[in-house]
Design a protein around this ligand. Structure first.
Ligand SMILES: Cc1cc2nc3c(=O)[nH]c(=O)nc-3n(C[C@H](O)[C@H](O)[C@H](O)COP(=O)(O)OP(=O)(O)OC[C@H]3O[C@@H](n4cnc5c(N)ncnc54)[C@H](O)[C@@H]3O)c2cc1C
Length: 245
């Protein structure tokens, strides 16, 4: 059924940062999805021109409500509409859920290392929220690389301890500007930090890495260099950017 386009209505939206927002979409008869899966979104202009892009599901479904979080890409065709124009009541089309490899199931007891670059936090946040909702006990280590405090998604939720989040540790790596009081100088996520704030290869964690292509490649290489089994490293690339998030 994932191949069928479905009508989705914007039920709500909320800003995450000045350039990103979460859209809550109502999709009648949504079949449910796994943490890590994505949907394709299709927009149709009045003249019939269509454009479609992929967006990760940001949270477990609540009935027929699903969430995506979209980062505005300057001069992009689809993301500026979703971040700045789409409003409550508007209709778009979606297809999904899609993807069967980059997924986490709450009944999997294996420990998990999550490495996010920029908007790559979205499917990893879905895993964190799914774990919380299921009261799952698998150890989670989240390393989140971002440019500045202003670009931090889900800051309230990831910044304070939430019931059900025991066993989740979050490490923030600011690459360009750190908030006051943070002693780590702004710099790229280092291999030594993945070592310290991740989990040892001996514990055989499943590693999920998501973000811009260049970020994903360097983080996955670092995990391999630290001794993690490449078969347990799952990656999702969001876009062509090789720049640091
Ligand atoms: C499986 C998957 C899941 C994704 N999940 C998300 C998500 O949860 N949230 C999210 O915001 N995006 C996500 N993306 C990226 C998304 O699909 C689009 O690529 C992005 O929104 C840009 O689309 P656009 O139409 O605005 O830009 P386009 O019109 O496609 O591109 C405009 C310009 O920006 C460049 N560009 C395109 N994509 C990116 C990018 N990601 N980063 C930097 N530059 C880019 C292009 O090379 C081009 O120069 C995901 C991609 C994949 C493959």
């Amino acid at each position: 059924m994932a191949g069928r386009w479905r009508a989705a209505t914007v039920a709500a939206h909320r800003p995450e940062t000045p350039t990103a927002r979460t859209l809550v979409l109502r999709v009648p008869d949504w079949p449910g999805h796994l943490a890590g899966q994505h949907v394709d979104v299709r927009l149709t202009a009045e003249d019939g021109y269509t454009a479609q892009r992929s967006y990760s599901l940001a949270a477990p479904a609540v009935g027929d409500l699903i969430e995506v979080t979209v980062q505005r890409v300057p001069d992009g065709e689809v993301s500026p509409y979703l971040v700045e124009v789409a409003d409550v009541g508007d209709q778009i089309e979606i297809r999904g859920p899609l993807g069967g490899w980059f997924v986490w199931r709450p009944d999997d007891p294996a420990p998990v290392v999550l490495v996010a670059g920029g908007a790559g936090i979205v499917p990893l946040m879905s895993m964190v929220r799914t774990r919380r909702m299921a009261r799952a006990k698998a150890l989670f280590r989240l390393l989140y690389s971002l440019r500045s405090p202003a670009e931090r998604y889900y800051s309230t939720e990831l910044g304070s301890h939430q019931a059900g989040d025991g066993g989740l540790d979050v490490f923030l790596a600011y690459t360009r500007e750190a908030p006051e009081g943070v002693t780590r100088p702004p710099q790229r996520l280092a291999l030594s930090e993945i070592n310290t704030h991740g989990l040892p290869p001996d514990s055989a964690p499943t590693c999920f890495v998501c973000g811009p292509t260049g970020f994903v490649e360097s983080a996955a290489n670092a995990l391999v260099a630290l001794g993690h089994d490449p078969r347990r490293i799952k990656t999702e690339r969001f876009g062509p950017s090789g720049g640091r998030p």
